[in-house]
Design a protein around this ligand. Structure first.
Ligand code: NAD
Ligand code: UDP
Length: 315
């Protein structure tokens, strides 16, 4: 198949491009390089089946493709809040453009949604049936509401135009190729640990997240794109149900990096969700999917990646 991956030069997108090429597909990686990097996909450039296109999805584009993975959107709070209006445009105008393309060329399209559609959740763990608890006027809403509208668009194009859609609700994912200055907790803690700095805990550090290693996530994503059946258009949670407080995560990062961690406390960002854990019953049933890489193993691999990069940049 010929497959378009928007946001393909980013963290998750680059792993997805690699997997799809490995499966023998033609891959078009489209990116505006806001948080993505060419070097994330350098190793794929030798392949005749790989194309890299610089393009912003808020502008329309016409390509002949069979499948579209719509991942383009900054994922870290630091980056999506840098230009919040642009974040909304990417999620709304960008998703309309990709859905328009899917409609025109009859491609199947998968939207990368997020656990943030649940906001600061009042039910725990979160099931797909939960409608969420999102502040629509806060600093996170450009992303949270943007992604909620992207889901609305997916469902409306499906109902109105019969576009073949899939929605994946991704929970916190980590692994090699996250940016050092990404601002997300796993990359922050690892980089701080490797540089011998204090790990910055926001708030009390008692808030929880559930962390999925990127290879597991990509496997779930590809399965969802290719599954057939009746309710495949409804959202599916994909994440690792292992839940940790940020204090516990700091300890785990210390263990993976082989250092005694020192922490310093910083203010909790506004609207920071208190807890988050996916209920993955639906993914297990529909996709036969569950995560296979425990946090400890995934952190080890991620620490190796960052130590190489930091060594390289210190030279
Ligand atoms: P990332 O920031 O590394 O990747 C996003 C990519 O999209 C980057 O390469 C960026 O340059 C590109 N991009 C941004 N705006 C664009 C635009 N207007 N046009 C074209 N390209 C654009 O983030 P990631 O962690 O790889 O996330 C990928 C997707 O998964 C995002 O849609 C994100 O919302 C979603 N997601 C990620 C997580 C996570 O924990 N990593 C969790 C939930 C959802
Ligand atoms: N966090 C932290 N220290 C950091 C970065 C983040 O304690 O250096 C916390 C943050 O407040 C949140 C959790 O870690 O409670 C996850 O933050 P991240 O930005 O990675 O993802 P999100 O909040 O979008 O789930």
């Amino acid at each position: 198949m010929r497959i378009l991956v928007t946001g393909g030069a980013g963290f998750i997108g680059s792993h997805l491009c690699e997997r799809l090429l490995g499966e023998g597909h033609d891959v078009i990686c489209l990116d505006n390089f806001f948080t993505g990097r060419r070097e994330n996909v350098y190793h794929l450039m030798d392949s005749k089946r790989f194309d890299l296109v610089r393009h912003d999805i808020i502008e329309p584009i016409l390509l002949e493709v069979d499948q579209i993975y719509n991942l383009a959107c900054p994922a870290s709070p630091v980056h999506y809040q840098y230009n919040p209006v642009k974040t909304v445009k990417t999620n709304v105008m960008g998703t309309i453009n990709m859905l328009g393309l899917a409609k025109r060329v009859r491609a199947r399209i998968l939207q990368a949604s997020t656990s943030e559609v649940y906001g600061d959740p009042e039910i725990h763990p979160q099931t797909e049936g939960y409608w969420g608890h999102v502040n629509c006027i806060g600093p996170r809403s450009c992303y949270d509401e943007g992604k909620r509208l992207a889901e609305t668009l997916m469902m409306d194009y499906h109902r109105q135009n019969r576009v073949d859609t899939r929605i994946i609700r991704i929970f916190n994912t980590y692994g090699p190729r996250m940016l050092e200055n990404d601002g997300r907790v796993v990359s922050n803690f690892i980089v701080q640990a490797l540089r011998g700095e204090e790990l910055t805990l926001y708030g009390t550090g008692e808030q929880t997240r559930s962390f999925c290693y990127v290879d597991d996530l990509v496997e779930g994503m590809i399965r969802l794109m290719n599954v057939e059946g009746e309710d495949v258009h409804q959202p599916v949670n994909v994440g690792n149900p292992g839940e940790f407080t940020m204090k516990q995560l700091a300890e785990e990062v210390g263990r993976a990096a082989g250092i005694e961690v020192k922490v310093s406390y910083r203010p909790l960002p506004q609207d920071d969700p208190r807890q988050r854990q996916p209920d993955i019953t639906r993914a297990k049933k529909l996709l036969g999917w569950e995560p296979t890489i425990p946090l400890r193993d995934g952190l080890k691999r991620t620490v190796e990646y960052f130590s190489e990069r930091i060594k390289g940049s210190d030279k």
